[in-house]
Write a protein that binds this ligand. Structure first.
Ligand code: CA
Length: 227
């Protein structure tokens, strides 16, 4: 269950969506204007915001920037335009995800769940241990056989994301979305380059992998080399 704020000026869509989400056990509040929406979004009581781009008082992208100026609350943008420029504009403005209108409640709910999982993954404080690798999400630190690894922020996030899913093959697209927040794709060289840096710091190579195993065209997984 999530506390959801709907900012949508179309009364029919707003009421129908609020009703369906509430029926599924979510705590829903809604508003028709950007200015009221921004105030509520930054109140600290909302888990996720669903923001319509076409609002009567303020452009949705501007409203999003107002929210981002003071809050990291996850925002899913609803847009009627399904084109690459529009999607890029949405992410540049600080959106976490987007849905194309018309969208189903099922689809929106799945996007909300994915965002909530991400938020939980970042917040969870329990240390992860895989073989001699230990990862402390709170401290943003990782050690290998007791020695501190000197990782960049992205290297750490990549390692932590893989370590939270040990043995599971993860696609580059998922990594781009989760670590680089680029669900619309991007250069998957980004992932390759960071994986090679991470490997180097773990003292292994692609030819002789220990923790990090990649499968061309499929993805990458983190495993305990002793298992
Ligand atoms: Ca609208």
């Amino acid at each position: 269950m999530a506390s959801i704020l709907l900012i949508e000026d179309d009364q029919r869509i707003r009421q129908a969506l609020a009703k369906r989400l509430a029926e599924r056990g979510h705590d829903v509040e809604s508003t028709a204007t950007a200015m009221d929406g921004v105030q509520r979004a930054v109140s600290g009581t909302v888990d996720v915001v669903v923001l319509d781009l076409g609002l009567p008082d303020v452009d949705g992208a501007d409203a999003l920037q107002m929210i981002r100026a003071v809050s990291e609350v996850p925002v899913i943008v609803a847009t009627a335009r399904d084109d690459q420029d529009e999607i890029v504009r949405i992410f540049d403005a600080g959106a976490d995800d987007y849905v194309i209108k018309p969208y189903s409640t099922d689809h929106l709910e799945a996007r909300i769940r994915a965002l909530m999982r991400r938020a939980v993954a970042v917040e969870s404080g329990s240390e992860i241990t895989i073989g001699e690798l230990a990862i402390d999400p709170d401290a943003h630190e990782a050690t290998l056989a007791g020695s501190m690894l000197d990782l960049s922020a992205k290297e750490f996030e990549l390692l932590a994301y893989l370590a939270e899913r040990p043995g599971k093959m993860i696609g580059k697209r998922e990594l781009l979305a989760a670590v680089w927040r680029q669900p619309y794709g991007g250069a998957d060289k980004t992932v390759d380059v960071h994986l090679s840096w991470l490997r180097k710091k773990l003292g292994e190579t692609a030819a002789e992998p220990r923790y990090i195993h990649t499968k061309r065209g499929v993805g990458v997984k983190l495993v305990d080399p002793a298992s």
